[in-house]
Design a protein around this ligand. Structure first.
Ligand code: NBP
Length: 478
């Protein structure tokens, strides 16, 4: 055997990952259920490095140096189980199966346990950056045992993206499903980022009266400041693009129904299970869902909106600056929520996650890469047990400075009838967390009224019930 690593599943992600390994001097065994794909890879890219094509699983496994390192890059779900069932019997104790697909972390928990019992390391690995990232350097989030990382880490780090400071965007995330979990949260945060950017665009267009080209300019200038990120950069490019067929701004010829592949939904479902409020991500998932409900939108199309007046050019410029502040503040909130979710899962599943490390490895390769992540890394470096990003003094100061603009934007948006579920939810979260008293006291009293669910008092220990349907006297229940 000569191959350092093997990739099975040679659709776009698997082929690009295999080429990335080969280009970095590793000998890569390649295999695909349909052999034509393997042949195509070798014909087109065989000259890029050392590939060992295999037609059968047996041939593929035999070509791998022990302990064997095998990456599965097939469609997530049943195909992954089918491939595991096919390969696991051919492996020996100490070998490693890396699942680089977008698996649900519950599947990864199950697969890791089953394979661990057979002495095989199962390494659920989040890979971000799409096909371009797979080829030129993705952000890589491997879970699994620490022992497996010793053998896999150097290989994965060699093909990973590099952060601006040169460090690889790959680290051992934690045991079993930790890698796939944080990849899921990464995608949830990506949904929130995209929604917030969309709201900023909508406000600049509908309230400030800017044309897409002007908005592209605005985003370009934002991209030189604290919002500097891949997503802001591509937004400027999309907005500056003109449709060749019609000559219209490209954004105006795209149907306004956003689709989703499911990781945002998983993030919200999981957050509900963990009891972590991720309202920013949830609003983003719901906004995509709403956009696709043509039936509901058509039914409501005639409902009245406000008589909105336009802004003067000076007022528009001032408004654009406020939108930048609102976008930044809302972004901080959705990242804070995502990080809370990772912290909660870390204690629930015993992962002992290094929360600063996620910010470090998302600085390159992945969709949410941004200068901003360095600040999150700094916040967790200063205090690894930080309860919330909002509690970090630097972020707290920034939100404090942004809040007037943020409130003005949400108010103006409502006044003009422009929906900003992301901005508004983020502001509500900020105000809820900082509130001295929440109306939850009333909610709890109502619960006691109709369901005798009891309540605690601010001035005494224990729990209590008021006899609402009787003499309204209070009794201690626990
Ligand atoms: P696809 O998700 O389109 O999967 C196609 C591959 O799965 C082909 O190699 C196909 O083999 C193989 N496959 C299937 Br389908 N069923 C199989 C089975 N029962 N046994 C063996 N092989 C089977 O490929 P992709 O877009 O390259 O994505 C691969 C993974 O990476 C997915 O889990 C995806 O979620 C994840 N991912 C994708 C991206 C992205 O940007 N596309 C980014 C990050 C992660 P065949 O050729 O014989 O049909």
């Amino acid at each position: 055997p000569t191959a350092h690593i093997g990739v099975t599943g040679l659709a776009v992600m698997g082929s690009n990952l295999a080429r990335n390994f080969a280009r970095h001097g590793h000998t890569v065994a390649v295999h695909n259920r349909t052999t034509a794909r393997t042949k195509a890879l070798i014909d087109e890219h065989g000259h890029e490095g050392n590939f060992v094509p295999a037609e059968t699983p047996e041939e593929f496994v035999a070509s791998l140096i022990k302990p064997r390192r095998l990456i599965i890059m097939v469609k997530a779900g049943d195909p992954t189980d089918a491939v595991i069932d096919e390969f696991a019997p051919l492996l020996d104790e100490g070998d490693m199966i890396v699942d680089g697909g977008n698996a649900h972390f519950h599947d990864t928990l199950r697969r890791e346990k089953a394979l661990r019992e057979r002495g095989i390391h199962f390494v659920g690995t989040g890979i971000s950056g799409g096909e371009e990232g797979a080829l030129n350097g993705p952000s890589i989030m491997p879970g699994g045992s620490a022992e497996s990382y010793k053998a896999l880490g150097p290989l994965l780090e060699s093909i990973a993206a590099k952060a601006p400071d040169g460090s690889p965007c790959c680290t051992h995330i934690g045991p079993d499903a930790a890698g796939h979990f944080v990849k899921m949260v990464h995608n949830g945060i990506e949904y929130a980022d995209m929604q917030l950017i969309a709201e900023a665009y909508h406000l600049l267009r509908a309230v400030a009266g800017y044309e897409p080209g002007r908005i592209a300019e605005t985003f370009r200038s934002w991209n030189t400041g604290r919002l500097d990120s891949y997503l802001i950069g591509i937004t400027a490019e999309v907005l500056a693009h003109t449709d060749a067929a019609t000559g219209r701004p490209f954004v105006d010829v795209v149907a306004d129904a956003a689709e989703q592949k499911g990781t945002g939904r998983w993030t919200v479902q999981t957050a509900l299970d963990l009891g972590v409020p991720v309202s920013g991500i949830a609003e983003a998932v719901f906004a995509r869902s709403l956009s696709g409900h043509t039936d509901l939108r058509e039914a409501a199309a005639g409902l009245p909106g406000p008589a909105a007046g336009g802004l003067s050019p000076e007022a528009a410029e001032e408004f654009a600056d406020r939108v930048e502040a609102a976008l930044y503040a809302s972004k901080v909130v959705s990242y804070a929520q995502g990080w809370n979710m990772m912290a909660a899962a870390s204690s629930e599943y015993g992962w002992n996650l290094d929360l600063g490390a996620m910010a470090a490895i998302w600085r390159g390769g992945c969709i949410i890469r941004a200068a901003f992540l360095d600040r999150i890394r700094g916040a967790y470096r200063a205090d690894p047990a930080l309860p919330s990003l909002l509690a970090d003094r630097r972020f707290a100061d920034e939100l404090g400075r942004a809040q007037d603009a943020w409130r003005a934007v949400v108010t103006t948006a409502a006044g003009h009838g422009v929906p900003t579920p992301g901005f508004a939810a983020a502001l509500a979260y900020y105000d809820s967390l900082r509130a001295e008293r929440l109306p939850a006291a009333l909610t709890q009293a109502q619960r006691d009224f109709f369901g005798a669910h009891t309540y605690r008092r601010v001035d005494a220990g224990g729990s209590y019930h008021t006899r609402w349907s009787g003499d309204r006297g209070e009794e201690r229940t626990g």
